[in-house]
Write a protein that binds this ligand. Structure first.
Ligand code: ZN
Ligand code: ZN
Length: 198
């Protein structure tokens, strides 16, 4: 064993350099002692060069994980939402901009039609809802898109089965319940179900 020339504690010869650097970094004699010890064989602590290597390896791992998370998120957003069933639009309704009011009841209770149906990060579909107020916005941009859409198209975008409503009214007039009923401007459609998938 050696003894530290500054604090006189017993130290292994190969640890004396580290001891000086760790325990007496600001002692006035340390720089001179370190210079002298470095010249002696067997004084360089084996651990010293490995520390920065560990840090840089950790950095590489963090960067790789962040990149992988980014790729996974991208594919979840883009491919997970798959090709939308109806065209994506600008939201300006360049061909026409209509609103139809949809009301749904199940066993006599109101069913909430959520806002944001048909709207994802990458696409606003020609039929969509902005708020949970039952207003279906119909906003085709081109003459090719400017056909009449059906209540069934809206259910497709919503991802719900149209199923078998027991009663359907259009502007308060009873009609035979059908998913092919067209969506026109200022129209009010009511669908009554015994039960509706939540
Ligand atoms: Zn809109
Ligand atoms: Zn609108």
């Amino acid at each position: 064993m050696d003894r530290c020339p500054i604090c006189d504690v017993a130290v292994r010869p190969e640890n004396l350099l580290r001891h000086l650097n760790d325990i007496h970094p600001r002692h006035p004699d340390t720089p001179k002692l370190v210079e002298r010890l470095k010249a002696e064989p067997g004084r360089i602590a084996a651990r010293t060069p490995s520390r920065p290597l560990h840090i840089s390896r950790l950095h590489v791992v963090i960067v790789v994980v962040v990149i992988l998370l980014g790729i996974v998120t991208y594919y979840l957003v883009v491919s997970g939402s798959s090709p939308p069933p109806l065209p994506c639009v600008s939201g300006n309704g360049l061909a026409y901009h209509w609103h139809a009011q949809l009301t749904i009841t199940a066993g006599g209770n109101g069913v909430t039609i959520p806002g944001g149906i048909g709207i994802s990060l990458t696409c606003m579909e020609v039929l969509h809802t902005h708020n949970a107020d039952g207003v279906i916005h119909i906003e085709p941009d081109t003459s090719a898109q400017a056909r009449v859409y059906s209540i069934g198209d809206f259910f497709t975008i919503w991802g719900k089965p149209f199923g078998s409503p027991s009663r359907m009214t259009v502007n308060t007039t009873d009609v035979a319940p059908s998913s092919t009923v067209g969506l026109y401007n200022s129209e009010a459609i009511i669908l009554e179900y015994a039960s509706f998938p939540s």
